[in-house]
Design a protein around this ligand. Structure first.
Ligand code: FES
Length: 153
């Protein structure tokens, strides 16, 4: 179920004006075109200009920095509609301009703790065959200083 969040009052924006609001830490640009309101992410995905400062014509806002164009009705990049920025439905409730936001996501359960009833120990051993003693494997475990053949020689 969506959430409607009031972000301003009707009349705060004149026809053709735009503004910004911060919703859940994100800056959203609101445009008034005639009696309709539109809301898209304010930050241009190209280099971060504020789209609320763009020029609006025929339902498309043109970024003021490098002229990328976005449709107000769905946030699609006008020159490549497969790429979209955030777009929010705007509803007027009484005198309030309200953004329709996606429902809050429920908190995710933390991962189960890592438990180990019995500590595991990695035990190693090396089996080697000296030249000339093929077939007679030697097993060596942790070396001690007296096991070093160079020191005992
Ligand atoms: S910052 Fe918007 S087109 Fe470059």
């Amino acid at each position: 179920m969506s959430v409607y969040q009031p972000v301003g009052k009707v009349g705060q924006l004149a026809d053709g004006q735009s503004g910004t609001v911060v919703v859940d830490g994100k800056t959203v640009a609101i445009f008034r075109v005639g009696e309709a309101y539109y809301a898209i992410d304010d930050m241009c995905p190209h280099m971060g200009a504020s789209l609320s400062g763009g020029f609006v014509e025929n339902g498309i806002v043109t970024c003021p920095w490098h002229f990328w164009r976005f449709r107000l009705e769905d946030g699609a990049w006008a020159d490549n509609p497969r790429i979209k920025i955030g777009c929010y439905k705007v509803t007027v409730v009484g005198e309030d301009i309200c953004l329709q936001l996606p429902p809050p996501t429920p908190p995710t359960a933390p991962p189960p703790p890592v438990t180990s009833a019995t500590p595991t120990t990695l035990e190693t051993s090396t089996i080697s065959t000296k030249p000339g003693t093929q077939g007679t494997p030697e097993t060596s475990t942790t070396a001690t200083p007296t096991d070093d053949p160079q020191k005992s020689a």
